[in-house]
Design a protein around this ligand. Structure first.
Ligand code: TMP
Length: 214
């Protein structure tokens, strides 16, 4: 897989209920107004194969026995497909790709929260994405309590497998993201997700303009 990208890859990360998906929706029209072609995608999923893996990972009623190692490999499999089928071709065409979760979710959820050891996590992440690392990663940061309460109040049906985790799991996820951002400040931007939706959107837009050559 050769990476001859002309486009820009921005990933959005954060715990459940942090508002990252809404923030992607805010960003799209602003970028389009500047004449960019935008591709919005998500993980796990984003391709037919990936969406089937998503179902298996998150919604299937038969997944309660899934061990962390299997989980890690399935997230990576979905990502490998997404990179080759959607992300890389879009970047080669000069498009801006906005990805709702990407490799950092694996580092945090499978590495930190599920405690799969760090070496295989980073090796498998690298195998899945190759050189296709985000130009910018926005983390919407919210306290674990807010994450949990937003998930519980979602209008949709029953909480999925990941959403059923307890408060400690959400705390580890949050800390994992903050640690990652601290270790790679040139790639990450952490925004306070407890602010109002429009305020968060303004902050993200200001940072995107500052950090990414549009
Ligand atoms: P969401 O994208 O709707 O927030 O849900 C995806 C869930 O999957 C969320 O709980 C985070 C989790 N996840 C991982 O555990 N590892 C990963 O690599 C990815 C992409 C997601």
């Amino acid at each position: 897989m050769t990476d001859q990208r002309k486009g820009i890859l921005i990933s959005f990360e954060g715990p459940e209920g942090s508002g990252k998906t809404t923030q992607i929706e805010h960003l799209v029209p602003k970028l389009e107004k500047l004449g960019h072609e935008i591709v919005v995608t998500r993980e796990p999923g984003g391709t037919e194969i990936g969406e089937e893996i998503r179902h298996l990972l998150i919604h299937s009623s038969n997944n309660s026995e899934m061990c962390p190692e299997t989980e890690l490999l399935l997230f990576a499999a979905s990502r490998a497909q997404l990179v080759r089928e959607i992300i890389l071709p879009a970047l080669e065409d000069g498009k801006i790709v906005l990805c709702d979760r990407y490799l950092d979710s694996t580092t945090v959820y499978q590495g930190a929260a599920r405690q799969v050891s760090a070496d295989p996590v980073s090796m498998i992440n690298e195998f899945a994405v190759g050189t296709v690392v985000p130009d910018l990663t926005v983390i919407t940061d919210v306290p674990a309590e807010m994450s949990m309460s937003r998930v519980r109040h979602r209008a949709s049906d029953l909480p999925d497998r990941m959403e059923r985790e307890n408060i400690d799991f959400y705390r580890i996820v949050r800390e994992g993201y903050l640690l990652l951002a601290k270790s790679l400040p040139e790639r990450f931007y952490v925004v306070d997700g407890t602010e109002g939706e429009n305020e968060v959107a303004r902050a993200i837009w200001a940072e995107v303009k500052k950090r990414v050559k549009l």
